[in-house]
Structures are given as structure tokens and as C-alpha cells.
Write a new protein. Structure first.
Length: 556
């Protein structure tokens, strides 16, 4: 069967605020993106996902939307956006918008109306609840940002009720039980698609439906007796009916793509959102590999997760492949080696993302090997999750040192520092004061320095992306994991009836010798990509250098 455009695509994620500032106000903007589109074209990507660029007070960097039909003035105007859309389309690049449907900003007109009175027509756009008889919050749910005392409920003095906010109190949750809200949201989504956008990334889509009766969460509670970020919050029965309705009302009417941010799913529950026969979403990304637990998954866990998802989905559903995004550490720092083998490990990780089944997602900066950052003081951090947790944990008596050790490596500011264009002041990102400090390693790690290198990371991404266009097995091939028990080597076949590819990655900083498995002992393997150009292009070596990555094609 012919693949869909979004299956063949390579998606590049732009965190606009940190991409390129064209007017010196310290904030990246749409004219800045337009100026840099040729570089993205050169890279070879053919789809951009914009994290939210709508009008927003920026409590959560745009995930608090005040006007779903306008662009934040810091980024430009709606006219700028339309120009960008045309420009991107003329370069063969599609544009995907981030849809934040679990909550809005408290500055959104809907909420401003809703809190005026209990009988305001917008009241039911949000989730209101009386307090307990003693006046306390309706239940023990906590807010994800550890804001205030920690509750997910905020008291509204004017109308004498609490409203629900899974995140900040400035981000009230929308009420998906209410038909007029749903219809207004669907109309807004169609408005973007009618303008020409090519699809949506759906923010925290698994939590639109709230648990019936708002029960207390059981089990151990976090700070101040509130339960933060629980499983019960996601995949509540009834969620699929909402998404099926969204599909009927919006997605099915356009040639668009959808990718859901699917928190708290496993391969079985996740499949329910994306199996073609369900008519819900086209694809999703899960968090079995890319997560914020203290330790990244082991190589074995990585392989098991890929196989688990592959086997459950078979040919009926599609995944997004990613190792990082604006919420997760830089991939080379988390999974690779961001010092001695930064270049090699950045390339090896890219090889996995581009050759495992699914659509590869490139997060801005990854194509030049940008790394995590370690700011010395909490004032230098911006991410509400990091700042909230820091204050909550230190107040609860945890020593500073342990708090930093916990938070620094997983802070969401790691991937959000400004893009490193060159080694001039502020990495060439802005002529003003950047909204978030630049990573001090920008002198060494930037586009100009990377591209000046023979065998740059950028050039490796170009090759990978070009190979995906030429080799159908990279898109549609079956996945056969070889050496499944090996703790360091990830070796697998991707096969269609016409082509067989073999990918070999040494997912470690050690030199490794392996006995070749029987499946690949045949002759006729031709190397089509390597990140260690100084090696002999032959599988017979059976010896892999630290972080080595290679792709072979069977030609016989
Ligand atoms: C997931 C987004 O990726 C994250 O950045 C945001 O804070 C939450 N959803 C809330 O919208």
C-alpha cells in the first residue's frame, strides 16, 4: 500500500521562542524562522511542527493559549504566519500546529467570561466544583507544576467555586463534556486547516476526559498531601469517543496529519488511539524511552520498547520516533556522550531515530549536537516545572545538592536554550538579551563550527534524511531485531519484498566485538552509511568502535 505523506516525512520541531530572533528583542520569531527556512530545506526535512505560537501570557511558554486564532505579538502577526506557510509550502515543507486542548490560559476570553458569574454562557467551558463541607478543595489532586500549595484546584472568590487546573492556576482545564465547547474547538481547528496548515500535534491528548465523580487519588501523596501527575488522570473511559468525534468533525475532512502526545499509555492502550480502523489519530509518541525518570532506559530496555510497540502495532498503526523534544533533556546528553564522543554519539542516536519504524522527529539543535546546560542558580531557570519543584523540595527540607542533582539533568530548560547559530555573542541568536541564557558551550557547538567540520553532524542528518527518501525499507520495512539480548549493540533488519537493510549501532562508549548472527552471514552487504568513515566498510570486521553506527544494504 502506498504510504501517506506523513509516514514518509521527516518532522523538524521548532521551539520558536528559541530559534532565531530577527528584531533584537531576545525572543525568536516568525520572520526569524522565515530567514532560516533555506537551512531547513538544505537539511532535507519536509514538515515543521511549531510548538504553540498563539497569543499567550507565556506562563508555560505558549501552552497557555489566550487566543487560539491569533499569533503572539512577540512572534509576529497572523500575516507573518500566512507568509511563512506559503513560503514553506513553496519549498515543499508542511506545517503542523500544536493544539492545546486540555486547558487554555486564564486570559482566554472564554475564561474571562466564565468567571464573571455562575450563569455566564461560557461557565461550562471550564470545570467548576464546590469545596468540601469544610471549605477545602474538592479532592486531593495536585497540579503538575507544584505551584502554590500544590492543589489542582483554585478558589474563585467571585463565584464561590473552585476550578480545575492540572497545570498552573493560570491554565484552567477545559470541559470536554460540554458540547458547545467541543463545537467551538472543532470550528477553530477547521479554521487553521482551511488556512492551509497540514496537521496538528495534540498536546496531552490522553487527559481530555476527567475521572467521573472527581475521586481522591489513592496511594502515597507528594508535597503537602496532594497527588501529582497520576495515571488515573489519563486514558479515562470516554476519551476515545471524544477523539472519534474530533476525527469526524475535523480530521476526516482534510488531508492532514495528527500526532498525539500520549502520556501514560502502553503499547496496547496506545494502539487504541492510532489503529487505522479506530478513526482517531494518525500517530502518537509515547514515553517508554524518552522520559524524565532519573535514569534513561538501558539499551536492552530501549530494544524491548521498540519491539513491544512494533509487535503490538504491526501494520495497523504508526509511531513518532523521537529521543528528545522541548520537554526532555538533549538526546546527546541523556543517551549519548556529550563530551569525548559528542559527534559520534549524536550521529548514532540519529541513526536509530531515522531507521526504526515510524516518522522521525528532529528537535531543533539536535542536528548540530546541542547539549544540556547546567545553570548555577534557580533564577537562571525559566521552566515552571523546574522552578516549582525546586521551591517545593527545598522548602520540604531536601538538601540543595540533592535537589539540583535531581532537577538539572531533566530540567525542561535543557532543550529550550537558544539555538546556537555561531560563536558570536549570544550564539548569534539575538542582538538583544536572550529570554533564556545561551548554553555556555556555544563557542564550540554551533551551526558554523559544525558545518565547517568534515563529516559534520548536520551533513550526517542530511545523508540520513536523503537515504530515507531513496530507501523504502526505511519507511515501510518490517523490523527484525538481531542479538536481542546484547546489552550494548542494537542490530536490526528492515525488510520489504524488494529491499533488505541492516542497521548496526554500538550504543555504548566501549569498543565491542560481536559474533555475527546467522541471518547476516551472507555476502553482498554494501555499506550505505557510517558515522566512522575511517573504518573498513565490511560487516566481517565484527568489531565496532564506540558509538559506531552503520547501515548496510543487501545487494546480491
Ligand atoms: C505538554 C507540553 O509538551 C508541555 O510543554 C506543557 O507544559 C504541557 N503539555 C502542558 O500543556
Amino acid at each position: 500500500m502506498k504510504s501517506k505523506w506523513w509516514q514518509e516525512a521527516v518532522v523538524y520541531q521548532i521551539y520558536c521562542k528559541s530559534f532565531y530572533d530577527s528584531n533584537g528583542d531576545g525572543i525568536g520569531d516568525l520572520p526569524g524562522v522565515m530567514e532560516k527556512l533555506p537551512q531547513l530545506k538544505e537539511l532535507g526535512i519536509n514538515c515543521i511542527w511549531f510548538t504553540p505560537i498563539y497569543t499567550s501570557p507565556q506562563v508555560d511558554n505558549g501552552y497557555d493559549v489566550a487566543d487560539y486564532k491569533d499569533i503572539d505579538p512577540a512572534y509576529g502577526t497572523l500575516e507573518d504566519f500566512k507568509r511563512l506557510l506559503d513560503m514553506a509550502h513553496s519549498l515543499g515543507i508542511k506545517i503542523v500546529m500544536d493544539m492545546v486542548l486540555n486547558h487554555s490560559s486564564d486570559k482566554c476570553r472564554w475564561f474571562q467570561e466564565a468567571k464573571k458569574s455562575r450563569d455566564n454562557p461560557y461557565r461550562n467551558y471550564y470545570i467548576w466544583h464546590d469545596g468540601k463541607p469544610d471549605g477545602s478543595e474538592p479532592n486531593n489532586w495536585g497540579n503538575y507544576f507544584y505551584e502554590g500549595k500544590g492543589s489542582a484546584w483554585e478558589w474563585d472568590e467571585n463565584t464561590q467555586q473552585y476550578y480545575l487546573h492540572y497545570y498552573s492556576k493560570h491554565m484552567p482545564d477545559l470541559n470536554w463534556e460540554y458540547e458547545p465547547l467541543r463545537q467551538e474547538v472543532y470550528a477553530m481547528m477547521r479554521w487553521w486547516l482551511d488556512m492551509g496548515v497540514d496537521g496538528f500535534r495534540l498536546d496531552v491528548i490522553t487527559s481530555l476526559k476527567k475521572p467521573e465523580g472527581f475521586p481522591d487519588y489513592p496511594g502515597q501523596l507528594e508535597v503537602n498531601g496532594y497527588a501529582i501527575g497520576r495515571e488515573q488522570r489519563c486514558n479515562v473511559p470516554g476519551i476515545h469517543e471524544i477523539i472519534q468525534e474530533m476525527n469526524r468533525e475535523v480530521f476526516s475532512r482534510y488531508d492532514c496529519m495528527t500526532v498525539g502526545e500520549a502520556s501514560r499509555v502502553n503499547s496496547v492502550t496506545g494502539a487504541d488511539y492510532i489503529r487505522a480502523d479506530r478513526k482517531e489519530l494518525d500517530s502518537l509518541y509515547h514515553f517508554d524511552i524518552c522520559h524524565r525518570l532519573p535514569k534513561p532506559p538501558t539499551v536492552l530496555e530501549y530494544k524491548q520498547a521498540q519491539m513491544r510497540w512494533y509487535k503490538t502495532l504491526e501494520n495497523n498503526a504508526w509511531l513518532a520516533q523521537h529521543l528528545s523534544n522541548h520537554d526532555y533533556p538533549r538526546q546527546v546528553s541523556r543517551f549519548g556522550d556529550d563530551t569525548t564522543y559528542r559527534v559520534e554519539s549524536a550521529k548514532m542516536l540519529a541513526t536509530l531515530t531515522h531507521t526504526m519504524p515510524g516518522t522521525p522527529y528532529v528537535y531543533q539543535g539536535e542536528e548540530i549536537g546541542m547539549t544540556n546546560v547546567e545553570f548555577p542558580t534557580i533564577e537562571q531557570y525559566n521552566d515552571p516545572y523546574t522552578v516549582g519543584q525546586y521551591h517545593a523540595l527545598t522548602k520540604a527540607g531536601e538538601p540543595e545538592e540533592t535537589v539540583w542533582a535531581k532537577l538539572r539533568p531533566i530540567s525542561r530548560d535543557n532543550p529550550r536554550t537558544p539555538y546556537q547559530w555561531d560563536d558570536s555573542e549570544n550564539a548569534g541568536f539575538t542582538t538583544g538579551k536572550p529570554w533564556l541564557e545561551v548554553n555556555p558551550r556555544y563557542k564550540e557547538i554551533n551551526v558554523v563550527a559544525d558545518r565547517a567540520m568534515e563529516n559534520s553532524i548536520f551533513a550526517y542528518y542530511q545523508k540520513l534524511i536523503a537515504l530515507r527518501k531513496e530507501n523504502p525499507a526505511m519507511v515501510n520495512g518490517t523490523l527484525e531485531m538481531l542479538l536481542p539480548e546484547h546489552p550494548e549493540v542494537v542490530m536490526y533488519l528492515r525488510k520489504t519484498c524488494r529491499q533488505t537493510l541492516l542497521v548496526v549501532c554500538n550504543f555504548s562508549g566501549k569498543e565491542i566485538r560481536v559474533e555475527l548472527p546467522a541471518e547476516v552471514k551472507a555476502h553482498g552487504w554494501q555499506r550505505i552509511l557510517t558515522n566512522r568513515e575511517d573504518t573498513i566498510p565490511s560487516l566481517e570486521r565484527s568489531r565496532w568502535l564506540p558509538w559506531e553506527a552503520e547501515i548496510y544494504e543487501l545487494r546480491c
